[in-house]
Design a binder for this molecule. Structure first.
Ligand code: HEC
Length: 218
């Protein structure tokens, strides 16, 4: 008996089912999402990030920050993300629609960074922390990224960007530590990370914590 048609049909359905499950269902769930225009300020959320922040995202990828940090806040009841102050609400698919490459991460050796731009708003804090995490977070086990900074001789006036380091860290007199372009764009990127906008649609469907919503209303 010729089994070729049966084999063909088997292979066809195997591919068709996985394509539907993996590609099509995601396309339906995610691909159709559009930014939400808020009538009160006429802005489209999620807001696009600046070119410098985009550059910083490449530095973030390059340095492997995502091997230790995630960018996804789980809903209350699925971990303690809210109690740790990692976000006021859970992350939703719409938060990521402007991103060509979504950096969810896989491991949480360090805290989730999805809202770090709202949590640590100071550029200087981020510089010091990257230069040596002990400066801002004593006992931190995050590795220092001092190579993102340059030590240079002060010529004329000191740079306004020079790090204000405590004596134990400060370079010898006449020298200063300044952020390189990579450090500047990385910090611009970190400051751009904040999902603080409340999408009306998601607020109704998913923000409501299961415990606060006993009837299971969607
Ligand atoms: C080897 C793992 C590791 C890598 C790689 C790493 N971090 Fe961290 N990071 C940590 C840990 C652990 C902490 C928390 C330390 C503490 O304060 O106890 C942390 C803390 C932070 C914080 C502070 C978070 C907060 O909530 O206050 C920021 C910001 C941060 N990291 C950014 C970065 C960036 C940017 C990179 C890449 C350049 C990076 N980290 C790479 C482990 C890592």
């Amino acid at each position: 008996m010729n089994r070729a048609p049966l084999l063909f049909l088997g292979a066809f359905f195997a591919v068709a089912f996985s394509w539907t499950g993996i590609i099509l269902s995601n396309q339906i769930a995610y691909g159709k999402l559009t930014p939400v225009i808020d009538q009160s300020d006429n802005k489209a959320y999620p807001l696009p990030i600046s070119g410098q922040a985009q550059q910083g995202k490449l530095v973030y990828q390059d340095l492997g920050c995502m091997y230790c940090h995630t960018q996804q806040v789980r809903r209350p009841g699925y971990g303690a993300d809210d109690l740790r102050g990692w976000g006021d609400r859970q992350s939703v698919a719409r938060d990521y629609i402007r991103e060509q490459r979504v950096l969810l991460g896989t491991m949480r050796t360090g805290p989730d960074l999805r809202n770090i731009g709202a949590r640590q708003t100071s550029t200087e804090w981020h510089y010091l922390h990257l230069y040596d995490p002990q400066l801002t977070s004593a006992g931190s086990n995050m590795p220092p990224f001092a190579f993102l900074f340059e030590k240079r001789k002060i010529v004329g006036e000191p740079s306004p960007k020079a790090l204000r380091l405590p004596p134990a860290y400060a370079p010898e007199a006449g020298w200063e530590i300044v952020p390189t372009e990579r450090a500047e764009s990385l910090v611009t990127y970190l400051l751009s990370l904040k999902d603080t906008y409340t999408y009306p649609d998601e607020a109704r469907r998913v923000y409501v914590a299961p415990a606060a919503n006993p009837e299971g209303k969607k």
